[in-house]
Design a protein around this ligand. Structure first.
Ligand code: SF4
Length: 317
């Protein structure tokens, strides 16, 4: 059971705050008006917090793509040191807040997570890299789910990111409440079908780890399990993998269905398989039978309700 609020870091300009170099913002209504109902935002504008002011001269990354400098485009002023000083203190403060994810502004030399242009000192774009703050954040908190706002327009990336945020939050709760073999088994059990929908290989590896939990020191077990859990959830699902999970679930109650009910349910799964309906359709019917028959093993599966249904994330995948 989750207790603390779900806190997500966010590039401040995405909330509609006028902190961009030109005094503007990049308000994303899905984030503030929809996702924001379930989230406590922790806004960060690295450039403003580094003391660079609004408005400010436009900047870009220059030099070594692994260790670029943050330079103003016109006056060639180097702001790297100011940004790095801000980052040091800010990451410590963010650690205390136990963020469950971070949404970054795409393309920014401070906030972009990938494909940010890096220029030569002569002003030619040479490589792509990551914004300086975003890279430092991801290096410091490798398990925390991160995404760029632009990629969240893709329904499957959006569903995957938000699913990982809710899962990571439950993992944080598990660890904060003190991991025991029993609590780990319970946690793993309720996530089984979700993990299977991402990667049957990782699912098997995790099953072996949990069954051998007694052989590990608690710290090693925590690290290994957390790492595998988040890696598994980052593997893309597919229609084929979902269909496999749906059939596994139906196997728990199909003997209790009338012939017509069974063929209707299998037909709905087949429709999803053929791309005629979204995932929410077979899931709604399965959820219905799980409630009606009170199927113990699957009634608590996170796979059935991985995030608030009001977000309608499975209506488009
Ligand atoms: S992209 Fe990052 S640095 Fe730029 S305005 Fe937005 S929050 Fe600030």
């Amino acid at each position: 059971m989750t207790t603390a609020p779900i806190r997500l870091g966010i590039s401040r300009c995405l909330l509609g705050e006028e902190v961009r170099f030109d005094g503007g913002h990049k308000h994303d209504p899905f984030l503030t008006d929809t996702l924001g109902r379930y989230i406590e935002w922790v806004p960060v504008c690295p450039e403003v917090e580094a003391g660079l002011g609004v408005p400010r001269e436009a900047m870009r990354l220059v030099g070594n793509p692994q260790h670029p400098r943050l330079m103003t485009i016109g006056s060639q002023h180097d702001h790297t040191q100011a940004l790095e000083a801000m980052i040091e203190g800010r990451l410590d403060a963010l650690r205390i807040l136990s963020l469950s994810g971070f949404i970054f502004k795409r393309g920014s030399p401070s906030c972009g997570t990938e494909r940010v242009r890096v220029y030569t000192s002569q002003g030619m774009p040479s490589h792509s890299g990551a914004g300086i703050f975003a890279k430092a954040f991801r290096d410091t908190f490798p398990l925390v789910p991160t995404e760029e706002e632009g990629r969240l327009c893709d329904p499957s990336l959006r569903e995957n990111f938000i699913e990982r945020v809710f899962c990571y939050h439950r993992l944080q709760d598990l660890l904060q409440n003190g991991l025991t073999s029993q609590s780990l088994i319970r946690f793993h059990t309720i996530h089984k079908y979700l993990l299977l929908s991402h990667s049957p290989q990782h699912y098997n590896t995790m099953g072996r780890l949990v069954s051998q939990a007694e052989q590990y020191r608690l710290k090693a077990l925590t690290t290994k399990y957390s790492d595998l859990f988040m890696k598994t959830l980052a593997v893309k699902t597919s229609v084929r993998k979902h269909v496999n999970v749906l059939h596994h679930m139906v196997g728990h109650f199909k003997n209790r269905l009338q012939t017509e009910e069974k063929s209707e349910l299998l037909g709905v799964i087949d429709d999803y398989h053929r791309g005629l309906t979204p995932l929410i359709v077979p899931l709604t019917l399965i959820n219905h039978y799980v409630r009606v028959f009170d199927v113990e093993y699957i009634r608590d599966q996170v796979y059935l309700n991985p995030h608030p249904k009001e977000l309608m994330l499975r209506n488009h995948v």
